[in-house]
Write a protein that binds this ligand. Sequence first.
Ligand code: NAD
Ligand code: UD1
Length: 332
Amino acid sequence: MAILVTGGAGYIGSHTCVELLQAGEDIVLLDNFSNAKPEVIDRIRELGGRDFPLYAVDILHREGLEKVFAREEIEAVIHFAGLKAVGESVAIPLDYYQNNVAGTLNLCQVMARHGCKKMVFSSSATVYGTSTDVPFREDSPLSTTNPYGSTKRMVEDILRDLCASDGEWSVCLLRYFNPIGAHKSGLLGEDPNGIPNNLLPYIARVAAGKLKQLSVYGDDYDTPDGTGVRDYLHVVDLAIGHLKALDFTRSHKGAEAINLGTGRGYSVLEVVKAFEKASGVKVPYQMAPRRPGDIATCYADPTKAKKLLNWQAARELEEMCADTWNFTSRQG
Ligand code: NAD
Ligand code: UD1
């Protein structure tokens, strides 16, 4: 039987597919390519060392999903497909609720019809909202500040209700902190369309000479150097976390929320410094006002992932920066 990976051509999905293939899992990759490039598929095949079925299907398209489940024997789903830009979600909330919430409902209904009741879901540390009670534990209070975050929280609730209603379901709600970095080969990485919103892609484009300088959003936070602190984790560590979560769904029932982070925070200026060291390139920056909605400090308590999944992040910030640079400097 195979693992269906929705959004498998995206940033985190592509790295996870490679790790799954290398671990001997059969996969079926589904993506509507709204935020991915088709050439990623060949790279996954090359790095994973094996072929797999590909479906250019939208999770909103019920018949398309039915076809996949009728043709393939799906044991479990790793569900990455979704829209993820916070600012965009404020501008077009209905698209976010439709894609992320209605799309997931569709998927779960089709899964249930085919007796497939294991899922690993991409949630986010954004569900901890503006809380200042760091490190965030899975039982910390939840709140959201934008439609994107609300979709993640709603889907978590839906999946918990589903597990409560039917004891055969097993779901891991993985709350990612800040995934960065790229595959060692330089063949997979994060290459957002337009001007990047997130720190690492922005820094990488400044280093590549495509953007003039980084704006550091706020230098007056209550942090050691005044700039925002986040828990950055290597995308390959994150991908490996999904394999562990998949195994967990094979041996447990019910819904479990689990943080995937390193447990250590770095400030914006520390990241700039680490990137300059790893790349050998200067990253010019200027101080700018705080970005609305940002919090000072966000990092995980990763104890539960270690205990339940036997997972912990292994890669350090310098390696995350070096791999980001290796990927970015190969882009045209
Ligand atoms: P991504 O945009 O690179 O990947 C998402 C993939 O899903 C894309 O390939 C896109 O084409 C596909 N997709 C979107 N809507 C679809 C639909 N309706 N049907 C089929 N395919 C669809 O994003 P990513 O960074 O790899 O994130 C993956 C998941 O993890 C998302 O759900 C995101 O919200 C979540 N997440 C990401 C981060 C992060 O910082 N990258 C942090 C926390 C959570
Ligand atoms: C973003 C998302 C959040 C998501 C998280 C995980 C936003 C508003 N929030 O948050 O929902 O869960 O990623 O991936 O997009 N920074 C700069 N200059 C920049 C870009 C960022 O100084 O050009 C700073 C930010 O103020 C922050 C840090 O860098 O302190 C990290 O920012 P970013 O990469 O956008 O991640 P988050 O803010 O954690």
